[in-house]
Design a binder for this molecule. Structure first.
Ligand SMILES: Nc1ncnc2c1ncn2[C@@H]1O[C@H](COP(=O)(O)OP(=O)(O)OP(=O)(O)O)[C@@H](O)[C@H]1O
Length: 246
């Protein structure tokens, strides 16, 4: 009789583990007792109406803000008290809602900065930067100063910078804002490619069709609290989520 051997299931520890995190500004609970996990190579959406606390949550994860309560573990190490530069060195990379780039540098130079910082030769960094920007439709403006470019183009520079990083966790804040839908599709392809290389990603977006098609799981925040989390199709059909957006 043939014996069928079961393949053992390997459960990898989460790359990011946020537990009971809270942050208040004066009397305002911007983030109130929120927890969620992100597995290695997982792409998770973070959605919610304006003022829900999503960007504050990113600031708490990457060390830009210190939580009043709770903990943030990255690769099973407590990074709650780490400075942003230390979090970055450990492998957490983020993009910013406003593009967060250097206006007096060219588009290519902006993308090169983190690559040079990690020791790549200028020529190699320049080549990779141009390639990443070209893929996002920015080939004609690679040599233009970032301050001369549109908000959408600056968002793409910020995205390209994340795409070429060696981070194992990337936090993207409204990456498709002001971006043409065809380029948003290319961005999703880039994120999936990074995912296949084991890079985990948390994405804040108000573009629900885009985020639902990309993520394996969606966390919903409303007024500083986690309302729910689950599969995109389940979250998308939840009347509480619809009500929160209305
Ligand atoms: N540094 C700060 N000082 C005071 N209040 C702040 C600060 N940062 C955020 N807030 C407040 O905390 C709440 C949550 O803001 P946050 O930017 O995290 O929300 P969000 O979900 O990212 O919103 P949006 O989708 O509009 O970007 C808001 O009421 C905001 O005004």
């Amino acid at each position: 009789m043939t014996q069928i051997q079961e393949t053992p299931t390997v459960i990898l520890p989460p790359v990011l583990s946020v537990t009971g995190v809270g942050k208040s500004f004066g009397g305002l609970h911007a983030v109130n007792d929120v927890g969620f996990e992100v597995g290695p190579g997982e792409v998770v959406g973070l959605i919610g109406p304006n003022g829900a606390g999503k960007t504050t949550m990113f600031n708490l994860v990457c060390g830009q803000l210190k939580p009043d309560r709770g903990s943030v573990l990255f690769d099973s190490v407590d990074v709650t008290a780490l400075a942003p530069s230390a979090a970055k060195r450990r492998g957490i990379m983020r993009s910013y809602q406003d593009g967060g780039i250097f206006g007096k540098l060219t588009a290519a130079e902006n993308v090169m900065v983190p690559m040079l910082a990690r020791g790549l030769k200028p020529r190699q960094a320049d080549e990779l930067a141009r390639k990443a920007l070209g893929r996002l439709g920015l080939a004609p403006v690679v040599n233009d100063l970032a301050e001369r470019l549109s908000g959408g183009q600056r968002k793409l520079i910020d995205f390209a910078r994340c795409a070429v990083s060696e981070a194992s966790l990337v936090l993207l804040d409204e990456p498709t804002n002001g971006v043409h839908p065809s380029i948003a599709t290319t961005m999703a392809e880039v994120i999936r490619e990074r995912q296949r290389n084991g890079v985990a990603c948390v994405i804040i977006s108000h573009d629900l069709p885009w985020i639902f098609s990309l993520c394996s799981r969606v966390v919903v925040m409303v007024a500083g609290e986690k309302m729910t989390e689950g599969l995109p199709e389940v979250v998308g059909a939840d009347p509480r989520v619809h009500a929160a957006y209305l």
